[in-house]
Design a protein around this ligand. Structure first.
Ligand code: IPE
Ligand code: IPE
Ligand code: MG
Length: 246
């Protein structure tokens, strides 16, 4: 029996972000190489993207490669980049069919040229799609993002484009890579780790956090439904009292 029908369709998170973790441990426990875990993880991506479009989630952001992940063994990094290219190629038609707009955040210039080319191609081809924005965080670090925003804002102040009084949270938001996305409502991390690992620090200020022990390659649609149902049972108070909300 699917949990899907327990989801209240008028109380969906507008923005779900996922730290897809545990590929390496999943593979190791089965006696495989880590890279096999990454390959299996792409199936979970497909399932979750499909589940989100079916439900009508407007924004899904996936942490696929962090600024710190460049420090992994060269071969693992290379395999991850190749997987990215092949997945983009494979999934392009599904994105078109399901009206998914691809977006990417992070220090994209650091990605191999081949990845950049494929990424920009899919972003451009899907730019008019309206149903869901799928954002891939690639070579992404939240501190880098905030540092970049700070530099841009300082530059504008220096050149008298804005004054210091204009700096507020809306302005800061407009200088982040996520400028066109709403705040994260639900942040999911798989694999049992309970940390944020430099992901969307600003954007999760009031997100509901959901941690599951399931490794990413084992994460299926039902696991996502479970997370959404759990989210819907929470009371989001945004600093107010429970009584004020009713
Ligand atoms: C997440 O799985 C994928 C990436 C970080 C690219 P990991 O590769 O971190 O898997 P574990 O945490 O080592 O099990
Ligand atoms: C976070 O996972 C990055 C991604 C899921 C892409 P890591 O596995 O790199 O995080 P840490 O280093 O264990 O915190
Ligand atoms: Mg990990």
């Amino acid at each position: 029996m699917s949990l899907k029908k327990e989801i209240e369709i008028n109380n969906l998170p507008k923005h779900i972000a996922i730290i897809m973790d545990g590929n390496g441990r999943w593979a190791k426990e089965k006696g495989f190489l880590r890279v096999f875990g990454h390959e299996s993880g792409t199936k979970s991506v497909r399932g979750v993207v499909e589940a989100c479009t079916e439900l009508g989630i407007e924004n899904l952001t996936l942490y696929a490669f962090s600024s710190e992940n460049w420090n992994r063994p060269k071969l693992e990094v290379k395999t991850l980049m190749q997987l990215l290219i092949s997945s983009l190629k494979k999934e392009m038609s599904t994105m078109e069919k399901n009206s998914i707009r691809l977006n990417a955040i992070g220090n994209l210039n650091n990605l191999p040229k081949k990845v950049q080319k494929e990424l920009l191609h899919v972003i451009d081809s899907t730019r008019k799609n309206k149903k869901m924005t799928l954002t891939l965080a690639l070579s992404y670090g939240s501190r880098d993002e905030i540092t970049d925003a700070t530099r841009q804002i300082c530059d504008k102040v220096k050149n008298n484009i804005i004054s210091i009084e204009n700096i507020d949270d809306t302005l800061i938001n407009q200088h982040l890579y996520t400028r066109n996305l709403p705040d994260v409502d639900l942040l999911i991390r798989t694999s049992g780790e309970k940390r944020i690992s430099n992901f969307l620090l600003w954007q999760i200020a009031y997100a509901e956090l959901y941690f599951t022990d399931v490794y990413w390659p084992d994460f299926v649609k039902e696991n996502l439904y479970e997370a959404i149902i759990n989210y819907q049972k929470r009371e989001r108070r945004f600093g107010k009292t429970s009584e004020q909300l009713n």
